[in-house]
Write a protein that binds this ligand. Structure first.
Ligand SMILES: *[C@@H]1O[C@H](CO)[C@@H](O)[C@H](O)[C@H]1NC(C)=O
Ligand SMILES: *[C@@H]1O[C@H](CO)[C@@H](O)[C@H](O)[C@H]1NC(C)=O
Length: 365
């Protein structure tokens, strides 16, 4: 669908976008080489990130890129999406999608199914795009969460359907499909992933002339990593992209290694502090193919290591990040490659900061 129609346009769009991006940079175009691996999916992701950035940038925060000479020999930078509006990077993707909806789709039904960061982001994006979207929630959602969501979007913006998240997601898809509308996926959509990819454009701009050697990105469904890697690999092809997943729930990593989406029961799926990246992924998610050529290495993190990542951000910078962000930080800390002053410049994506006080205390305690 989204991919298919854009694949043919990819190379043309890519060139246009690349030209636009280079023109935007302060450095002369001749000193900055643009390159990509000629895969149409990569072209689509990168060119869309550049165009979507122009569309969404006035509605998002340009989040800080933290750096300290005392931390990691001064060779590491932390992109603080925990300070993004709605508390996570998800707003970029949601806005990217919602602001691109056609008039027909808007007349139909726009749905999504998430009680987490993606849900929060969609609600803000719906308001921004003046779209009456509906969030589908499973029957066992806590009364507290339900009331909070209803207060935010009104009674009509929330639908309780299905026994678990998979069922409410299926209902959300079906409702949107029947009404000629659109289901807003948390990750399985190149327009969403490209929205997350705008982080890569911001990071390169914020780094000035500094060229990153490694970038560490938490991995759930893969929208964040494919979006950012699509940009990084186009502009700094030598930069190593490292996917960081909780050892307790590494579905996408295992799926990429197996060459197909693994189903429930085929991968470890236990509780993790990195709840934002936990769980299974859609059948046929485009992120499996995209990761197979955009991600260089994978690192799995134990619960202790994830907590250590969260503790580190609080200790060094007094920043509050959620477990999924701790997972990325832990990946950077654990990475063995090039240790001993030879690690080069690293960037860690701190994807979100939505964590309850009790859980945060548990992690840093
Ligand atoms: C709802 O049920 C699913 C399994 O069907 C479970 O994973 C989830 O934790 C439950 N949520 C609540 C709030 O009880
Ligand atoms: C995920 O996206 C792919 C590519 O656009 C699509 O073919 C597939 O149906 C999507 N999967 C689901 C479960 O929606």
């Amino acid at each position: 669908m989204d991919n298919g129609t854009n694949a043919n346009l990819g190379p043309a769009l890519f060139l246009l976008a690349a030209a636009g991006y280079v023109a935007l940079r302060s450095r002369p175009a001749s000193t900055r080489k643009t390159t990509y691996n000629k895969n149409p999916l990569h072209c689509t992701l990168y060119s869309k990130s550049v165009t979507q950035h122009q569309l969404i940038k006035r509605f998002i925060r340009k989040t800080p890129l933290l750096h300290s000479k005392e931390v990691g020999n001064g060779n590491v930078f932390f992109k603080m999406e925990s300070r993004q509006l709605t508390g996570s990077f998800k707003l970029r993707g949601a806005l990217s999608k919602v602001l691109m909806l056609s008039e027909e789709e808007k007349k139909g039904l726009i749905t999504t199914a998430s009680t987490g960061n993606h849900g929060l982001a969609c609600m803000r994006a719906f308001a921004q795009g003046k779209v009456g979207g509906v969030i589908c929630l499973p029957g066992n959602v806590s009364q507290y969460k339900l009331n909070k969501l209803k207060a935010l979007v009104g009674e009509g913006g929330v639908k309780v359907v299905g026994g678990d998240t998979a069922e409410s997601e299926a209902a959300a898809r079906e409702d949107a499909g029947k009404a000629g509308g659109c289901y807003i996926s948390p990750y399985n959509d190149t327009t969403i992933a490209a929205g997350q990819g705008t982080i890569g454009l911001e990071v390169l701009e914020q780094l000035g002339g500094v060229v990153p050697d490694n970038v560490y990105i938490p991995v759930g469904g893969g929208g964040l990593i494919t979006g950012i890697a699509g940009v990084i690999k186009a502009l700094v092809p030598g930069c190593r992209v490292v996917g960081c997943s909780p050892a307790n729930s590494p579905c996408l990593e295992m799926s990429v290694k197996a060459g197909r989406v693994l189903r429930e029961g085929e991968f470890k799926n236990e509780n993790t502090y990195s709840s934002g990246t936990a769980g299974g992924i859609d059948d046929d998610s485009f992120t499996v193919e995209a990761c197979s050529f955009l991600v260089d290495d994978w690192i799995q993190l134990s619960e202790e290591e994830i907590k250590g990542g969260v503790r580190f951000m609080f200790g060094e910078f007094k920043e509050v990040v959620e477990g999924a962000a701790g997972c990325g930080v832990a990946g950077w800390k654990k990475d063995e490659r090039g240790k001993g002053g030879e690690r080069g410049v690293s960037v860690v994506v701190c994807c979100g900061g939505n964590v309850e006080a009790k859980e945060f205390a548990e992690m840093i305690g």
